[in-house]
Unconditional design. Structure first.
Length: 377
C-alpha cells in the first residue's frame, strides 16, 4: 500500500518510515530564542508516531540562527561564512541538547547526525551514512539530522534542508516526507496575490509547477523557499516517496494539518531502484555531455547513450563519475554514471561503435552511459 492522502502519513501500514523536516523559522522566534513549547509539542507528536510503530527521522535546521543570537552576530549570522560557521558550532550544541531533552521526556533517545553534500554525493560515504541511519532506527533512536554548517562551504553544501530531507528519505527508503513550513502549501501564484489557490495534490513536478514557486525564504531566518521544496519533491518522487508541504506554525502542527487535510501532497509517478535513486538525487557534477536530438530520442525510448550521439564534452571527469546529460540547448535531461573519462569522450564523440576501437586502441565498452546506470529526468 502507498500513501494517497495526507492522513496516510500517520498510517503504520502505508508509512512505516517517516522523515519530518522542520525549518528555522518554526524552531526559533525572530529574536533568536527557541520556541520551546512548540518544540515540545512536536516531540509529543513524534512520540505518538513511535507508539503507532512508525520509525521517524527529524531533519531540523536552526543552528546558525540560534548561535547567531547567542553570539550577538549581525545579519542573523549569515553576513560572512566565518560568522555562519561559528554560529553553527555554538547553536548546534544547544539545538541537539534541546531535542535530546524533549525526547527524553517521552522515554526516547535522540541521536545527532551532521551531514554535508559530499556525504550523500560520494557513493561510499552515502552507503556509510545510510547504514548508520538504519542502525539508529533499528535501535529505536530518533535521528536528528542537520547540514554540517560548521564545515560546509557554498561549493559543498545543500543550502537548504528540504533537499537534505529528501536525500535522507531516499537513503533509508522512507515512505513519506513531511516538510513543515510557514505557509499552507504550494499556491498557483504568490499567496499574497488576489485569487491565489492552494494546490492540494501534485502528480509530477513540471516546469509549470516550478513557475508557481517563489525563490527565497519568507522569514529571512531560513535558507530555503518554495523552489527548494519542489526540488525536494522531485528527489523524493523519483524514489517512489510521497512528500507533503504543510503549515507548521501552531503547536502540534502535524496533527493539525493532517486532520484538517490542509497542505500540498506530491505523489510519486515512478519508483527507481536504490542505485538509480541515488543517481537521480545527485546535485553536483564534474562535467556533462551534450547530445544531439537523435540521442535524446533514443534515451527517451529506454536506450543507452552511445558515442555517436555526443556533440560536446564539458568539464573534466573520470570513469565512474556521475555526470549530467544535456540536449542541444543545454537543458539537463538525464544523469548517469560515465564509462569513459572526459578525454576519451572527447576523442570518440560522434563516432559509430565500429570506429571507437580504432581511435582508443582497445575494445570499447558497450555504451558511454548504460541505461542501467542512467536516470531520465
Amino acid at each position: 500500500m502507498a500513501i494517497e492522502t495526507l492522513l496516510d502519513f500517520r498510517d503504520i501500514e502505508k508509512c512505516p518510515r517517516l522523515v519530518i523536516k522542520i525549518g528555522s523559522a518554526l524552531l526559533i522566534h525572530p529574536d533568536g530564542e527557541p520556541r520551546f513549547e512548540w518544540l515540545r509539542s512536536v516531540a509529543h507528536e513524534v512520540a505518538n508516531a513511535r507508539e503507532r510503530g512508525q520509525e521517524v527521522i527529524v531533519v531540523a535546521s536552526g543552528s546558525v540562527a540560534l548561535g547567531a543570537a547567542m553570539l550577538d552576530l549581525p545579519g542573523k549570522g549569515r553576513t560572512t561564512l566565518s560568522h555562519a560557521q561559528a554560529a553553527a558550532a555554538v547553536g548546534q550544541v544547544f539545538l541537539a541538547s534541546t531535542w535530546a531533552m524533549m525526547f527524553r521526556e517521552h522515554g526516547l533517545v535522540a541521536g545527532q547526525m551532521l551531514l554535508t553534500l559530499d556525504d550523500l554525493e560520494n557513493r561510499s560515504r552515502y552507503l556509510n551514512a545510510r547504514e548508520t541511519l538504519r542502525e539508529l532506527l533499528k535501535r529505536g533512536v530518533v535521528p536528528i539530522i542537520n547540514e554540517n554548517d560548521t564545515t560546509a562551504t557554498s561549493e559543498i553544501r545543500f543550502g537548504d534542508n528540504d533537499r537534505l530531507a529528501a536525500r535522507v528519505a531516499q537513503a533509508v527508503e522512507a515512505d513519506g516526507v513531511l516538510l513543515l513550513t510557514d505557509v499552507d502549501g504550494l499556491y498557483d501564484k504568490h499567496p499574497q496575490q488576489p485569487g491565489a489557490k492552494i494546490l492540494p495534490e501534485v502528480r509530477g513536478v513540471t516546469e509549470e509547477i516550478h513557475k508557481m514557486a517563489t525563490g527565497g525564504s519568507g522569514s529571512g531566518i531560513g535558507s530555503g523557499g518554495m523552489t527548494s521544496k519542489l526540488l525536494a519533491a522531485e528527489i523524493a518522487g523519483r524514489a517512489g516517496i510521497a512528500l507533503a508541504i504543510i503549515k507548521g506554525v501552531e503547536d502540534h502542527p502535524i496533527g493539525r494539518a493532517l486532520s484538517a487535510d490542509t497542505g500540498t501532497l506530491f505523489l510519486p509517478e515512478r519508483d527507481d531502484n536504490a542505485f538509480k535513486s541515488w543517481i537521480g538525487g545527485r546535485m553536483r557534477f564534474n562535467g556533462s555531455l551534450r547530445i544531439d536530438d537523435g540521442a535524446v530520442a533514443a534515451l527517451n525510448s529506454g536506450n543507452s547513450l552511445l558515442a555517436a550521439g555526443l556533440t560536446q564534452v564539458l568539464g573534466k571527469f573520470e570513469r565512474g563519475d556521475v555526470i549530467a546529460v544535456e540536449d542541444a540547448l543545454g537543458r539537463m535531461i538525464a544523469k548517469g554514471m560515465i564509462e569513459y573519462d572526459s578525454a576519451d569522450c572527447d576523442k570518440i564523440k560522434g563516432l559509430r561503435s565500429g570506429e571507437v576501437e580504432a581511435v582508443l586502441g582497445h575494445v570499447p565498452r558497450s555504451a558511454v552511459i548504460h541505461r542501467d546506470n542512467m536516470v531520465i529526468l
